[in-house]
Design a protein around this ligand. Sequence first.
Ligand SMILES: [Fe+2]
Ligand SMILES: [Fe+2]
Length: 196
Amino acid sequence: MVNNTDCLKFDKLESSILLYIDKHLPERRAHTLGMRNVALQLASIHKIDCYKVSLACLCHDLGRCLPLSDMREIIKKYYNINIPSYYNTGLAHCYVSAIIAENDFSITDVEILNAIKSHTVGHAEMTIFEKIVYASDYLDPTRGLEQTISLRENILNDFDSTFIEIVLDSIKFIISKKEYLAIETIELYNSVVIKN
Ligand SMILES: [Fe+2]
Ligand SMILES: [Fe+2]
């Protein structure tokens, strides 16, 4: 149960993240708020902590403002990982977003940080919390994608089948651009198809 003090702390934290977005990546404000709206709807249906989902959504793209060279340095420093040369900012920013959430906003909740980290490529063992953030990122109405209109409706009644469609759409998009398809995304696809 969230008390009044927690609500105030949350409001303050939310405002400071939005200020960061306005300063460093104002072009992502509408997307961030749009995907959060979708995610909050899904969180309520699946009885997931809406405060935590909201924070994950607000933070998910925080690292997007940095150039790839900076992302590489930060990921090396904090995770001791050399990201592969074929990784672009679209793939790498999730790790940096999680680091910013932790360092700049003192978010240490593992569920929130994992959802931020997995929102680009996913993985085979995604929790419902992670899937909500991943799906909402794609379903954000401000993206203006026609194919997401029906998916936004369907996901309210049939999360699992719609989630497969979302993963499939993401894979098709990556392949259509002849970009690197992360093994984690293939494993995610296989895991949801088997479970369904
Ligand atoms: Fe992202
Ligand atoms: Fe995003």
